[in-house]
Ligand binder design. Structure first.
Ligand code: SAJ
Length: 418
């Protein structure tokens, strides 16, 4: 069986490698020549544990190769980005799905299967993908070819494990399509596969990420409440989570990435009159970078002329992905208000060491809790800094060694002593 995977990003490339590892012949398609050149050498351009090994093995075995455009195959998996555009009214940009559909449609043959893995607004499979595929092929979905939505659910940092071991929701435009998609995924998924219709599968995916966004928004709102009341939210959340039916997520400088910060908008736009809670959660999370900049400004007595060393630029810990990162928003606010901001990311650059960047800085601002930052040595940093101040947005820096080294540590959500 030959599978053509369109889009070799964080979702498409691992899926392509696992399909190839299961013995299928896989062509991976991407518009980015850098990605294709790396793949031709059996290499990858994204950081994800285990991915270099499975890709190298599949390419060396001749099971996985790259191409700049789709090729005829038995099954097509579309795993292309669906970003949002606009500021006040964020709308899904379906251009990549549409382009992939237009490229695949002329190649479709009777009996083929097309699966959309990209997260998309409710109705995309039925109302956008289906007509493009039918018009471009002259075939009829559900009659001549199968069409399904099987949204990815993988957590960056644990993608390979979760691709294999996480239950899948598979929505077909009819039962035959759902079954055909299930048979394809059964080649490497070792978890449950639950069949439904395509629009339900689209909504389920959005509900999962919206659930997480609203939960984080609640944690962030309580961080602000705790600061106002002189309470430490991190301790309060730990204690609340001792309740058997309460599970708060963690406050932070905002919600980033290409999923959680984006997908709730697809729901709000699909049902604007019915989603005040989801929209409010987005607003709370989008307000966090502003709040972090205010924390730094308050701790420094103003930002003008100050130098801040920002640690962590990616959207979360231990990934190299900068998309929609709240760190960028914090840094923009700080610079806009007159601070000089030096930046460092343990996952992105290996340039100037933190110790050198700390020279003369007024504040060390921890934005991302990369494991590598556990090695920070407050005793070594203290004498280099103009002022011994650390602002910790992730409850990451251990208080005892930092205060022992002379640092004042301001923690997001910790109002004690303020
Ligand atoms: N974050 C917090 N507090 C938390 C957890 C996360 O502030 O307690 C922040 C992170 O720092 C980051 C953002 O939220 O900025 C998102 O990170 P994440 O780890 O929650 O999620 P993603 O975007 O890496 O992956 C999510 C996952 N969805 C769910 O857990 C419901 C993943 O399973 C999805 O496949 C992925 O979105 C996707 O592609 O949709």
């Amino acid at each position: 069986m030959h599978v053509c995977v369109v889009g070799l990003g964080y979702v498409g490339l691992p899926a392509a490698a696992l399909l190839a590892g299961a013995g299928l012949s896989v062509t991976g398609v991407d518009v980015n020549p850098v990605v294709l050149a790396a793949l031709a050498r059996g290499q990858v351009t994204i950081q994800e544990p285990g991915l270099p090994e499975v890709v190298a093995t599949s390419v060396a075995a001749g099971q996985l190769c790259g191409a700049a455009a789709p090729v005829p195959a038995d099954a097509f998996i579309l795993a292309v980005p669906t970003p949002v555009r606009g500021l006040a009214h964020k709308r899904a940009d379906l251009a990549a799905i549409e382009a992939a559909a237009r490229a695949v449609a002329p190649l479709l043959r009777p009996g083929n299967l097309v699966v959309l893995e990209s997260t998309a607004p409710p109705g995309t499979t039925e109302r956008v993908l289906r007509p493009l595929l039918e018009q471009g092929s002259g075939l009829v979905a559900g009659q001549d070819f199968w069409l399904a939505h099987c949204p990815e659910r993988v957590l960056p940092g644990r993608i390979l494990d979760e691709l294999v071991n996480t239950d899948r929701v598979i929505g077909g435009i009819d039962t035959g399509s759902a079954a055909a998609a299930r048979d394809l995924y059964a080649t490497f998924v070792r978890a449950g596969m639950f069949l439904t219709d395509a629009t339900t599968a689209e909504l389920v995916k959005l509900m999962e990420n919206t659930n997480r966004d609203v939960n984080i928004a609640l944690a962030n709102e309580f961080a602000l409440v705790a600061e106002h009341l002189g309470v430490n939210v991190w301790e309060a959340i730990d204690l609340a989570n001792r309740h058997p039916r309460v599970q708060f997520l963690r406050p932070g400088p905002g919600v980033g990435g290409h999923c959680i910060a984006v997908d709730p908008w697809f729901v709000v736009n699909a049902a604007p009159g019915f989603t005040p809670l989801i929209a409010a959660g987005r607003a709370v999370n989008d307000g966090m970078p502003r709040h972090v900049a205010d924390l730094v400004a308050d701790a420094l007595g103003g930002l003008s002329g100050r130098t801040v060393l920002a640690l962590g630029l990616t959207y979360k810990a231990d990934v190299d992905d900068l998309r929609e990162s709240p760190a960028a928003g914090v840094i923009t606010h700080l610079r806009h208000e007159g601070a000089t901001v030096r930046t460092h990311d343990a996952m992105v650059e290996d340039g100037t060491p933190v110790a050198d960047l700390a020279a003369g800085a007024d504040c060390l601002l921890l934005l991302v809790d990369h494991a590598a930052y556990r090695d920070l040595e407050p005793v070594a940093l203290a004498p280099r800094m103009a002022r011994r101040l650390a602002v910790d947005t992730r409850n990451f820096l251990p208080l005892a060694p930092w205060t022992a080294a002379g640092f004042s540590v301001v923690r997001l959500g910790d109002g004690r002593g303020r």
